[in-house]
Design a protein around this ligand. Structure first.
Ligand code: CA
Length: 226
């Protein structure tokens, strides 16, 4: 990944400097944009592989940049102020890969960036078999095993795991999961998700009370971790 261009869109100069330093140390080539106009220009000229996007920009709503960034084929991580849950969910629904809250932990941000870049590279060669520790999800065979033994999930539990397993490590919003598993019109039935998640954890987690595999992102969605 050395030298890969990463675009940082952020109007706060101090945060830009912090991100510049961390990303440069990690071997990336950093391009900075202080507003949406500069970001759109950089997207066309520098062809970044990933964009770190602040949603509160001086000239435009950062959400307006989500589609141009996805259209350019770049991975997108939203870096937003804590508490702006609705904005984060909107960005994820529009196609952002992940989000990090401010103030952020640099190591966590770099880990999220690596995951998003991996997804972008793997996007064409969709894996049919996902290995998450001792859990193996075989999407082609519709078979899940844990430590070698077959795990029996209900159809909805299976559909939920399969949907999350297509994007390991990535947070999928409640509305996206409800729409793809229960169908259009169920986007607000978050209780369905909670019930299915409980069932999945009971069957797949070493300790369902401390889930390591199926992680909840409060108010946002779920992600499946390896
Ligand atoms: Ca800002």
């Amino acid at each position: 990944m050395t030298g890969w261009p990463i675009l940082v869109v952020e109007d706060d100069a101090a945060i830009r400097r912090l991100l510049q330093a961390a990303l440069t140390r990690a071997g990336y080539h950093v391009i900075q944009a202080a507003d949406a106009r500069a970001a759109l220009a950089a997207l066309a000229i520098d062809k970044p592989v990933a964009v770190l996007l602040d949603l509160g920009l001086p000239d435009r709503d950062g959400l307006e940049l989500v589609q141009p960034v996805k259209a350019a084929g770049a991975a997108l991580i939203v870096v937003s102020a804590r508490g702006q849950t609705a904005d984060k969910v909107a960005a994820l629904d529009l196609g952002a890969d992940d989000y990090v809250n401010k103030p952020f932990d640099t190591e966590e941000l770099l880990a999220r960036l690596r995951t998003a870049l991996r997804h972008r590279l793997a996007a064409e060669s969709r894996a049919e078999r996902i290995v998450l520790g001792d859990v193996i999800i075989d999407l082609a065979a519709r078979l899940i095993t844990r430590a070698g033994a077959e795990v029996h999930l209900t159809p909805k539990e299976y559909a939920l795991v399969a949907e999350l397993a297509r994007y390991p490590g990535r947070v999928i919003t409640h509305a996206q999961l409800l729409r793809s598993v229960w169908g259009a019109g169920h986007e607000r039935d978050v209780e369905y998700l909670r019930v299915a998640a409980r069932g999945i954890r009971r069957k797949l987690e070493a300790d369902p009370a401390i889930p390591r595999l199926l992680r909840n992102e409060p108010g946002v969605g779920y992600r499946l971790m390896g």
